[in-house]
Design a binder for this molecule. Structure first.
Ligand code: PLP
Length: 384
């Protein structure tokens, strides 16, 4: 009854895929083109077709995907890049790598995503600090697209490029379009726990801009030019391994049905938990791929809540316990307005439940019962 449940069930996915992934890996082992082999070319074509972007460029991680775009945009010291504070560190980290300054912006509590009004305040903070705002990186937190229609006009008015951090949201849609062709580029991650994950690190950049794509392809391989030993610019070693491309090609075949299953699981959680917690809502006109299913439990003792679920074999996680503007590595950087109250509040309230396409109704019922029991024991009732 209390056998531990997985937070993400990659074993169930492997079982569904049968021997297909192992065979795909073995094909690479046998043909031997471990670096930039034929599976890379095939995967890039499939990914571009899947999301409707003109170009898809695979790379070694979601972090490299973000960094390569910043390098292509020649981000440098004195530049400010605006990003939400309530995100994974990589979003701001890549800005700091290049000696530029991340300027932290607050998020909206109804979507966990960048707040356009706070973006305006962030621009003022950047300028007050003597910085030159050059770009903005909205993040699609937990799988839901940011409010691009609100952010894009601000970016345009200010002459900023917009890079979409879709590390958690590849496969989601915004106003009927799959993510991948909004802004100057879109970066995603194929980290194993992501909705589309490989068996190691991996990532991709999507763009409709031919010139940007060409520069990214050069940066990915040490800034190479016409041949391997011509270096046009400073680049990185940012290639995806062929073996990971082979894994992704197999997983991509079942990805649409996995997205549908994630949606079913999330909807059912929402129905069953709405009366006891603040459940995540997807904004009108968007779909989410539910990289995380994240509740808010204001007023509850979150540590005790997590311990109660753990005692029943149910893992939970907190993404993210501390917003970036409060992290030692980033606290010195400017922030929008006088502070980022929503990010700080959410960091104290959020808790994510097991979420994956193979979560059975039976397991979900067990999780829901444990959530209700744990909150009732604390005498907190937080209706959505
Ligand atoms: C929002 C966000 N951006 C960037 C990244 C970085 O991706 P990766 O771990 O593949 O480098 C992640 C991954 O966790 C992420 O969640």
């Amino acid at each position: 009854m209390n056998a531990p449940l997985p937070f993400i069930d990659l074993a169930a996915q492997r079982e569904r895929l049968g021997p297909a992934v192992e065979e795909a890996i073995l094909r690479v082992v046998r043909h031997g083109a471990y670096i930039m082999g034929p599976e890379i070319v095939e995967l890039e074509a499939e990914l571009a077709a899947f999301c409707g972007a003109k170009h898809a460029l695979t790379c070694a991680s979601g972090t490299d995907a973000l960094a390569m775009v910043l390098m292509a945009k020649d981000v440098k010291p004195g530049d400010a890049v605006l990003c939400p504070s309530f995100t994974f560190a990589a979003t701001a980290e890549v800005v700091a790598w290049l000696g530029a300054t991340p300027v932290f912006v607050d998020v909206r509590e109804d979507s966990f995503n960048l707040d356009p009004q706070s973006l305006e305040l962030g621009l003022a903070s950047a300028r007050a600090a003597g910085l030159r705002p050059v770009g903005v990186i909205p993040v699609d937190l937990f799988g839901q697209p940011a409010d691009y229609d609100a952010v894009a006009p601000i970016a345009e008015r200010e002459g900023l490029w917009m890079l979409c951090d879709a590390a958690q949201s590849f496969g989601a849609t915004y106003r009927g379009r799959k993510l991948g062709s909004i802004g100057c580029a879109t970066a995603t991650s194929f980290f194993p726990a992501k909705p589309l994950g490989c068996y190691g690190d991996g990532g991709a950049v999507f763009t409709d801009d031919d010139a940007l794509d060409a520069v990214l392809r050069s940066i990915r391989i040490h800034g190479q030019g016409a041949d391997k030993y011509e270096n046009l610019r400073v680049g990185i070693n940012g290639r995806l391994d062929t073996i990971q491309a082979a894994v992704l090609l197999e997983k991509l075949k079942i990805f649409p049905s996995e997205i549908a299953a994630r949606e079913r699981v999330a909807r059912r959680y929402n129905e069953l938990l709405r009366e006891v917690a603040i459940v995540p809502e997807v904004q009108e006109g968007s779909t989410s791929v539910w990289a995380q299913y994240t509740l808010r439990i204001p007023g509850a003792d979150r540590d005790a809540f997590q311990a109660a679920l753990k005692a029943r074999g149910i893992p939970t996680a907190v993404y993210y316990p501390k917003p970036l503007h409060l992290q030692p590595a980033y606290a010195r950087h400017p922030r929008a307005g006088n502070g980022l109250p929503v990010s700080e509040r959410l960091a104290g309230e959020v808790v994510s439940l097991p979420m994956h396409p193979y979560l059975t109704e039976e397991a979900q019922d067990r999780i829901v019962a444990a959530v209700k029991e744990a909150l009732a024991a604390q005498r907190v009732r937080i209706a959505s």
